[in-house]
Design a protein around this ligand. Structure first.
Ligand code: KIV
Length: 265
């Protein structure tokens, strides 16, 4: 008999945080990886706009389009049986008029099986968060370092304005966000935010006193070429495994060892 799977909802996350049970979240961009992460017990999968950098090979998150993120979200949504799948509102869908943000959020829920969106920003996004939630679209807010703001901020820097960060997170929670992601903020400030707001906090480069953690999966498994931020812990070397497998394949094709008799009809 197959085991009944109870899908993670936004309410599940609130209950986990209330019980002090940590939330594990990772990014996913395709069906097989999302299936593996879901089966491994990851609570939340994020179809992040980091897709632009780690899958498409761009230097920032800005180039990925709504159509492209929906294409990937549909695969992840279909793969996830238990995890809550959250999809980033890509630039500039969350920056232009509210109607456009609503239309983008509605497309994501309608065309994928994903059940929430993520929106970068805090106080200045309160009206958009409220409009999305009123329309039935759950929102995870994203405060601290906001990669879509790179050309205003001039780089990826640790955000240290405690008062601003707390009021951003509070405004997002008051507007109806079901969780707040905190990126690149000193651990002490992230802890203050977590104590101040009523919804779960998910940290990335924000220390351990938050309700959950998120990382870009490609960074964690060793599939990112080049620079890794200090907060990343690399748990395996999948890039190295792929390289050595394909080098061995190429050598065996060239020296005639592949295919062997067992691979032939
Ligand atoms: O797009 C992304 O991957 C993110 C990270 C914060 C996880 O937003």
């Amino acid at each position: 008999m197959s085991e009944t799977i109870r899908p993670v909802t936004t309410q599940t996350l609130s209950k986990m945080a209330a019980k002090g049970e940590r939330i594990a979240m990772l990014t996913a961009y395709d069906f097989p990886t999302a299936r593996l992460l879901d089966e491994a017990g990851i609570d939340v999968l994020l179809v992040g706009d980091s897709l632009a950098m780690v899958v498409q090979g761009h230097e920032t998150t800005l180039p990925v389009t709504l159509d492209q993120i929906i294409y990937h979200a549909e695969m992840v949504g279909r793969a996830a049986r238990r995890a809550l799948v959250v999809v980033d509102l890509p630039f500039p869908e969350g920056q232009l008029e509210v109607g456009r943000t609503l239309a983008a959020g509605a497309r994501i829920l309608k065309e994928t099986r994903c059940r929430a969106v993520k929106l970068e920003g805090g106080s200045e996004q309160a009206h958009r968060i409220e409009a999305l939630v009123t329309a039935g679209i759950p929102v995870m807010a994203h405060v601290g370092l906001r990669p879509q703001n790179i050309h205003i901020d001039g780089g990826y820097r640790v955000q240290r304005d405690a008062q601003q960060l707390i009021s951003d997170a509070q405004a997002a929670a008051d507007a109806g966000a079901f969780a707040v992601l905190i990126e690149c903020v000193p651990a002490e400030i992230a802890a203050q935010i977590t104590a101040a707001i009523q919804v779960p906090t998910i940290g990335i480069g924000a220390g351990g006193d938050v309700d959950g953690q998120v990382l870009v999966t490609n960074d964690l498994i060793g599939l990112t070429n080049g620079y890794l931020p200090r907060f990343v812990k690399q748990y395996s070397d999948v890039g190295g495994t792929i390289s050595s497998a394909v080098q061995q394949y190429a050598a065996e094709v060239k020296n005639g060892n592949y295919p062997g008799p067992e691979h032939q009809f």
